[in-house]
Design a protein. Sequence first.
Length: 297
Amino acid sequence: MSLSVITGAADRRLLDERGGTRAMMWIMAIMLFLTVLAAALGLGMVNAAAALDRQLAGRLTVQIVTADPVQRDRDTKSVIAALAGMPAVKRATPVDRARLDELLKPWLGEASSDADVPIPTLIDVDMSVPGEESAARVAAGVRAAAPSARVDSQSRWLSPVADFMRTMIAGAAALVLLMIAATTAVVLLAARAGLETHRDTIAILHMLGSTDVQVARLFQRRIALDTVIGGAIGAVAAMGAVWAILHQMAGLGSELAGGGALLQRDWLILAALPVLFALIATLAARVAVLRRLRHVQ
């Protein structure tokens, strides 16, 4: 009987296959399912944070806070004229009073539409040259035109949202790394268990001239195959769940939620995770088996 036939038979029996199922394969499926979900969350948060930065970069809000409506209108015209002459300003648009009434109605009720209620005038400013220095020059010009005006950066109001996104991204990355570490530990345990279970088979292979490296390759192939099959099952299931969630989020009509949609490169990254895990599992199995065999000898 040739050595290749013997090693082929040993390869098929290196891990437990009773009942037609391998625990290793289903463990990897669960690992990849959770990993893909965590990675999708992190990638979606990265996209949402980038979309938020694009929306808020170079955007200012000017408030004309004056109780006298005549003075408020005069200051508004002065500020708009000043903004129109600034090279750093791309567009300055006063917010419609009806829109302000709609925004304030949950807090002020019907009083928000009362002409006697001193509602500040808001002006949305889009800057053609984003940056703190440009924003400072615009703010100085606005205050020179109307001392009662206040200039706020929209990014300041949404900084808690940005901080939350960064926290979620860090948490998703930590979870992916944790799953990689857990996968490595599972492979090490499976490799050691396989060595103990098939000690006699390995002894015969050594008697026939097989080296430790050749024995390690048997474990590598089996573990890599189980990881790829189980990982593909888990990844496909997770990507289906992610697609369903994104489909529901798209129906919300929220710009921030829409910014968290996955791009084509993100789907490719998720699809590559089973291959990455298979490589990690193969390397871990090789190291564990060779180290164990050296200690046994």
